[in-house]
Design a protein around this ligand. Structure first.
Ligand SMILES: Cc1cc2nc3c(=O)[nH]c(=O)nc-3n(C[C@H](O)[C@H](O)[C@H](O)COP(=O)(O)OP(=O)(O)OC[C@H]3O[C@@H](n4cnc5c(N)ncnc54)[C@H](O)[C@@H]3O)c2cc1C
Length: 404
């Protein structure tokens, strides 16, 4: 059961009856049991400090039409994103990042989603690309890589998908073989659909390694590695041409006899599959605010159109059927936003609760439910000028549905 953020397992289910009696007596217990995440005034002020310059930048300096047309984010835009600290949102301050809470990350994501290509680039860098180091890296790995990843001097990519291995991530073929002196692994294989694939200088790569299992038999298990581009033997395919997020960098990445030092193994040898799944679980929640941000922008644009376009001598906005569509979109946006921030707030609460189920629900709502509304709205109401937005939305939802 999931109820208002409380996961009722068989163990605490039996406690629930007792607690519910106490609820009427003590509101504090209620708050302990249903910890609705509240934002303090201090946090709100902090948030404004980050939000205002980012919002200004996206409103005044980002030319999304050009980014999508040219199929590339200009270097000066990337540089400004770095200056604003947006490559280090989730990296703790001690490693030079902004050390934002999940709520703050979600809030900034809402703004960044105004440009799909930028949102995807930033998310691939920190929600998946460097996340394994944050979640399972050693102190040495964090100290070595995170400061440069936080400033954007290094851009990260997450390399899991292969030509024959998509949803079935455990079936990857890329292989890492331990050297005889046990000092390095030799990496061979090809990854496809890698976001930031040609921009990145740091890759989290998942590869099969031979291990001796607890039963004494040799087995192939997945291990995660931090791979620097300058380790050698790394090449890229040409950029994939996509819809709506053409400016994000997606390509094949090939590893040919790339030598990776053993100290660059993330977590345990053979423990990579779990790391990959943890990374994907922890990143999904961010889909919610990205979509909520896009929906709000869409409501603004479509409202503008509906108020100015006249048919039968009246603006479209005066027709009941059109008003109903807006009501539906506003309701879906409210649901999406509420789910996104409730989940983000729960993830920030003490004890780092496991919110993977809630995050998955945020993702599914973002992807399927809202997509239907967009389709409905666009096809029947606003035809052309918003097509680009629609395409960005569907591309974002496709990627986030799977990878994030
Ligand atoms: C723009 C973009 C960027 C990407 N960036 C990255 C990245 O940075 N790093 C990375 O590693 N990967 C990335 N990916 C790859 C993405 O994660 C894969 O597309 C994903 O893993 C799914 O694999 P697939 O496309 O091969 O689909 P498949 O696994 O072949 O699935 C095809 C369809 O079948 C469905 N399906 C599969 N199995 C089942 C099942 N058991 N039951 C029911 N339905 C099922 C799927 O839901 C899907 O609809 C990116 C993809 C895109 C499009």
């Amino acid at each position: 059961f999931i109820c208002c953020g409380l996961r009722i397992t068989p163990v605490n289910y039996s406690l629930f009856g007792t607690l519910s009696i106490k609820l009427s007596k003590d509101i504090k217990i209620f708050k302990d049991v249903f910890p609705y995440p509240e934002v303090t005034l201090d946090e709100l002020n902090d948030m404004k400090q980050f939000v205002i310059p980012v919002e200004k930048f996206f409103n005044e300096e980002v030319d999304s039409q050009k980014i999508d047309h040219d199929g590339v984010i200009p270097q000066e835009t990337l540089d400004r994103l770095k200056q604003l600290g947006l490559f280090g949102m989730l990296i703790p301050e001690e490693y030079g990042g902004l050390g934002l809470s999940h709520v703050m990350y979600a809030r900034l994501g809402e703004i960044c989603s105004q440009d799909g290509a930028i949102a995807v680039t930033l998310a691939a860098h920190q929600a998946i690309g460097l996340k394994s180091i944050l979640l399972a890296g050693t102190e040495e790995q964090k100290a070595k890589y995170l400061p440069k990843l936080a400033t954007g001097e290094y851009i990260a990519a997450f390399c899991l998908t292969e030509a024959t291995s998509g949803s079935d991530a455990a079936s990857i073929q890329t292989r890492a073989t331990l050297s005889e002196d046990k000092k390095y692994y030799t990496l061979n294989g090809s990854k496809i659909w890698i976001t930031n694939g040609s921009l990145a200088s740091i890759f989290t790569v998942f590869a099969k390694t031979e291990i001796i299992d607890s039963d004494g038999f040799k087995k192939d298990k997945i291990t995660a590695f931090i791979v620097e581009r300058n380790f050698g033997g790394i090449t890229n395919g040409k950029p994939e041409n996509k819809l709506g997020i053409r400016g994000s960098d997606t390509c094949e990445v090939h590893f040919e006899n790339t030598k990776v030092p053993v100290e660059n193994v993330i977590g345990e040898v053979g423990g990579g599959f779990k790391i990959a799944m943890n990374v994907l679980n922890s990143g999904r929640f961010s889909m919610g605010s990205l979509v909520a941000g896009m929906m709000k922008k869409l409501i603004g644009k479509t409202a503008e159109y509906a108020c100015t376009r006249k048919q039968f001598n009246r603006p479209l906005s005066e027709f009941g059927l059109i008003q109903e569509k807006f009501a539906l979109l506003a309701r879906k946006t409210y649901v999406m936003e509420s789910m996104a921030y409730l989940t983000a707030g729960m993830m920030d609460s003490p004890g780092f609760p496991d919110c993977s189920m809630e995050a998955a629900m945020v993702k599914v709502t973002g992807k399927s439910g809202v997509a239907m509304v967009f389709f409905y709205l666009f096809v029947f109401v606003f035809p052309f000028p918003f097509l680009n937005f629609l395409l960005i939305y569907f591309d974002l939802s496709t990627i986030t549905s799977i990878t994030f």
